[in-house]
Design a protein around this ligand. Structure first.
Ligand code: NIG
Ligand code: FE
Length: 419
């Protein structure tokens, strides 16, 4: 539970530096690398918001007496990290499949044999609300310790009405607890459950006619997502399904062109999705259409790492002018990790991002990918006081001191959620 400061404004002092992108809109192309860095600044938080950012001289002149003090001596202050793509709520784990993959079996082979998502579906269906709540709360604590202050969470391990709603209600409850902000996505179209094998379109109709109205009625999700992939849902099925979701008032996301170039990127552009995610195999033409339509590419290097796939070409995508966002894809199968430091290193070393572009991808662009660009993702007056203190003199240490968690403190809405 967040530690509440007793009504006073909070002052963060002693900082070595502060680094942030600026604004409310996604930054691509040359703008993605534009980071504002301040040396020895101070920051004041009040009522959950950032209320003042002081330069070195202003910081020195300030009377510190009236404030609750956070001592950031020698540290760097960054916007809280936003993870725009996770499958957060699930029962059980799949370490057995990890070993199978180490022995050479592929993720899709395991899935075709009835493992993969289906095994997590079975474990999630049998888990009680309380069990899921407890398991997910632990993950949130882990994320907070890695500097994550907002996380998107997809359902999709129920594939039936009752379990999908159970997953989304767990996310809602944990959001109300207030540690990390949780933004929910309905992803009933994650896989075709056993009982609907060979009846894909009937399954999607069931989601549209029965589950989606319930999700909307309870206010359980803002976004809808679908796994558009060879052997899962086709482009045609995805188009029809997502259009129905849009008509019901949901904003759209797509798992696009991960294992094969099916045309998911182009579909995201056509239907005006807020983001298209994965994109390992996306064509130049598909990406170009995404740029035209303002669809944000969410890249997930931890998944490529874990599946030993080739990484999405982040460098090229930014050079085309698109604003790259980064997510963990945290899930029990293809990416059982919320290691921001590993993701930061892979983004720079394997996808060709500069440290500045990587920082924008972790903060402003990822906030925009879940519709939070106006509230989160930068250190500016008026934005939510979601911040992370790293024990290093500069943001450049994030990829340079690779794989090491540098987070000393995480602050969400002005309250310390990890130290
Ligand atoms: O984003 N691609 C589909 N869904 C997840 C994996 C889910 C799982 O294996 O449980 C992903 O990689
Ligand atoms: Fe995913």
């Amino acid at each position: 539970t967040p530690m509440l400061m007793n009504g006073k404004a909070t002052l963060i002092i002693g900082l070595a530096s502060l680094a942030t992108p600026l604004g409310n809109v996604p930054r691509g192309g040359k703008e993605q690398g534009q980071i504002t860095e301040m040396i020895r600044p101070a920051v004041i938080l009040s009522e959950g918001k950032i209320s003042r950012v002081l330069d070195e001289d202003e910081a020195k002149a300030l009377d510190t007496g009236d404030y609750e003090i956070i001592d950031g001596t020698g540290m760097t202050l960054l916007p809280g990290f936003v993870d725009p793509h996770t499958h957060l709520v699930f029962g059980g784990t799949r370490e057995d499949e990890f070993s199978m993959r180490l022995r050479g079996e592929s993720y899709m082979e395991i899935m075709r044999k009835g493992g993969g998502i289906a095994s997590s579906v079975a474990r999630t269906r049998e888990a009680t609300f309380g069990e899921l709540l407890e398991a997910t709360r632990k993950r949130i604590t882990g994320m907070a310790s890695h500097g994550i202050t907002t996380v998107e969470a997809k359902s999709g391990y129920g594939l039936d009405k009752e379990t999908e709603l159970k997953q989304l209600r767990v996310a809602k409850r944990l959001n109300e607890e207030g540690t990390i902000e949780i933004v929910s996505t309905f992803m009933g179209a994650h896989s075709v459950p056993q009982e609907y094998k060979g009846r894909e379109s009937q399954f999607l109709d069931m989601l549209k006619n029965d589950v989606l109205p319930a999700v909307r009625h309870e206010g359980l999700a803002e976004f809808c997502d679908i796994f558009c992939e060879k052997g899962v849902f086709s482009v045609e099925e995805s188009r029809e399904y997502l259009k129905a979701c849009r008509e019901m008032g949901f904003r759209l996301k797509i798992h696009a062109d991960e294992m094969s170039d099916l045309g998911g990127a182009a579909l995201a552009a056509e239907i005006g999705a807020i983001s298209a995610d994965h994109l390992l195999k996306a064509s130049m033409e598909g990406l170009r259409q995404m740029k035209e339509a303002g669809v944000i590419p969410v890249l997930l290097p931890l998944t490529a790492f874990s599946l030993k796939e080739e990484y999405a070409n982040g460098r090229r995508i930014i050079d085309m002018g698109l604003p790259v966002a980064l997510g963990t894809d945290f899930n029990p199968g293809s990416s059982y990790s919320y290691s921001v430091p590993l993701m930061a290193a892979l983004a720079c070393l394997q996808m060709g991002l500069t440290p500045e572009e990587m920082l924008t991808a972790l903060t402003l662009n990822s906030a925009c990918a879940i519709g939070r660009g106006d509230k989160k993702g930068t250190i500016e007056v008026g934005k939510d006081a979601d911040l992370v203190l790293i024990d290093a003199p500069s943001y450049r240490f994030l990829p340079y001191h690779f794989g090491v968690n540098l987070v000393a403190m995480t602050i969400k809405a002005g309250s310390v959620i990890y130290t």
